[in-house]
Write a new protein. Structure first.
Length: 150
């Protein structure tokens, strides 16, 4: 029963991350969205801003980590879950590791740039990773975005 309840929460919060990803797409950004949740409450939401800011580090996860840390008044996110529509890259996984995020939940895998292929130990050792939440919706958003660019 607890697993089903957690799956429902994961889907609910991933839908909020998808809203952020759609905002990114609408702004001409690669459509990746993220939310940080603490105590079943969203404390930060963000999407890619690399084009807007002209900053290659302005990924959704990085923006969400900074926002959540500001919200909590500290650099560690030990009681938080990050929901992101696409598997984090190495840079973002490293930042999530340093922030000591407790759970990372992502939708679509990223075979080309995802951390699992290149730096599977980048996250904090106690971090739980859940993949494939609303995977099809997350993947479709990305593939449609890149098709429109070609």
């Amino acid at each position: 029963m607890e697993n089903t309840e957690q799956q429902k929460k994961d889907e609910q919060f991933m839908r909020r991350a998808l809203v952020e990803a759609e905002a990114a797409r609408d702004e001409g950004e690669i459509p990746v969205g993220a939310v940080v949740v603490a105590g079943d409450r969203i404390i930060a939401r963000a999407h890619n801003l690399t084009e807007t800011l002209g900053d290659v580090t302005a990924h959704a996860e990085m923006q969400a980590i900074t926002s959540a840390a500001n919200q909590l008044g500290g650099k560690y996110l030990t009681d938080c879950t990050l929901y992101v529509t696409v598997e984090p890259c190495i840079m973002c996984a490293g930042a999530l590791g340093w922030a000591q995020v407790r759970r990372v939940v992502y939708g679509a895998a990223d075979e080309k740039r995802g951390f699992r292929a290149f730096a599977p130990k980048a996250l904090h050792p106690k971090c739980e990773v859940v993949s494939g939440v609303l995977e099809e919706e997350c993947r479709t958003l990305m593939t449609e975005f890149f098709k429109s660019k070609r």
